[in-house]
Design a binder for this molecule. Structure first.
Ligand code: ADP
Length: 399
């Protein structure tokens, strides 16, 4: 059975086609800068090794990006499909929908529930709704399946999910800590089990454009830094993360328009907000080296917010076996890993400097052999979890 996995970003599209249950990736593709005349397009047939790369092209909208990818999937030279009807299901890394938390067929009812939470995840739900409609038109025979990012966190105990606010807000509006990055943390949980067995206490740090820390006990999420919306938790690249909600009415009273406050929190906060340099940690680290004090402050604040959650989860779990770094920053920033781990030396976390500095794309242990806690770098693979969940869901529907 062929399963197409679609990861829709606010300005990007990523696709993979899997042959299931073998988990063989047939092809993968990425469209960056969707909505522009200077989009970047990659496609690779993993069966033949054939690669296509277009450094600048017009991709007006999600439909144009999806059609570009499907054209190459069907092409005689580089394709992996003879007809789109070979795709049994399209699995989406959907974010959030009111009242739907696990894996669901994307019926009109579920799409409506995603629309109702547009305000909770505006950068994600809008693009997903658009991409799902296009896939429905372009591959009408396939089942559309949403693997919600909240799914992995359904195991978090209720007392950790609830905010200390009137209980009726939870009952009436569904306000609770939902947690995101489920595909990434779920993949880390499975990898730890494969490497070290089932009984493991793991803290998974997904650090990228969005950042989150997850506590995982014996393969299950027991706490997650993300709350009701992806705006919360640990500091992000350009989003604020946790902050005092009373800042909002205070700034409104100072005369700042709500739109400006919201874009400050959602676009001009986080590493970008404090550094004033960029939302890309590479540029902030460069600027810090040149002596920019605010760039240095931003990295220290970022490291602090990560350490803060690791400390909390260490206490909740009563110890720790594995500390995992994943995501664009987690996999690539030698400095962030070093600064986090150096702060945690007192917990018995000792990293090996040469392992930390060595770069390769594989799963790797970067702690000293005698370290009480193993420290690992696990390259993110969110798509495989979506493919597995989609495949299981399709099979369950058949029964
Ligand atoms: P997203 O959450 O948007 O999927 P990624 O997980 O791909 O993002 O992470 C992207 C971020 O990773 C970039 O914005 C950049 O800050 C960071 N990054 C990538 N490579 C490096 C590096 N070598 N050093 C430091 N940060 C890096």
């Amino acid at each position: 059975m062929k399963v197409l996995v679609s990861n829709v970003g606010s300005t990007s599209l990523k696709f993979k086609i899997y042959k299931m249950p073998e988990e063989t990736v047939l092809c993968e593709s990425k469209v960056e800068r969707v909505g522009s005349e200077q989009a970047i397009y990659h496609y690779k047939n993993l069966q033949t090794g054939e690669k296509l790369f277009v450094p600048s092209c017009s991709v007006k909208d999600y439909s144009a990006g999806i059609q570009m990818f499907l054209r190459d999937c069907l092409s005689e030279k580089n394709g992996v499909l003879k007809d789109v009807s070979e795709v049994a299901a399209v699995g989406f890394k959907t974010v959030v929908a009111k009242g739907f938390y696990g894996v669901h067929e994307l019926t009109e009812e579920v799409l409506q529930a995603m629309r109702e939470y547009l305000l909770v995840a505006p950068a994600h739900n809008g693009p997903y709704l658009e991409a799902i409609q296009w896939f429905r038109e372009l591959i009408p025979s396939a089942k559309m399946v949403g693997v919600f990012e909240t799914a992995f966190h359904e195991t978090v105990p209720q007392e950790r999910q609830l905010y200390p606010i009137p209980y009726e807000w939870y009952e009436t509006y569904g306000i609770k800590r939902m947690g995101y990055h489920g595909a990434s943390h779920g993949y880390v949980a499975k990898t730890m089990e494969e490497m070290f067995g089932k009984e493991q206490r793991t803290i998974s740090c997904h650090l990228g454009g969005s950042c989150s820390i997850c506590a995982i006990v014996d393969g299950k999420s027991t706490d997650i830094s993300f709350g009701f919306s992806p705006q919360s938790g640990v500091m992000h690249a350009n989003r604020a993360g946790d902050m005092d909600p009373y800042i909002i009415p205070f700034l409104l009273d100072c005369g700042m328009p709500l739109e400006e406050i919201m874009s400050g929190l959602a676009k001009n906060g986080g590493l970008k907000g404090i550094s004033g340099v960029s939302n890309d940690l590479r540029e902030i680290e460069e600027s810090r080296k040149k002596g920019n004090a605010r760039a240095g402050l931003a990295v220290r604040a970022f490291v602090h917010s990560i350490v803060h959650y690791i400390g909390a989860y260490y206490a909740e779990m009563g110890g720790l076996d594995n500390l995992v770094f994943t995501g664009g920053i987690g996999e690539n920033s030698v400095e962030v890993r070093k600064e986090v781990c150096d702060t945690l030396l007192h917990m018995g976390i000792e990293i090996d400097a040469s392992q930390n500095e060595c770069y390769n794309k594989a799963n790797r242990i970067i702690s000293m052999p005698g370290s009480k806690v193993r420290v690992l770098v696990i390259p993110a693979n969110e798509e495989i979890g979506i493919a597995r969940n989609t495949y299981q869901f399709i099979n369950k529907c058949k029964d």
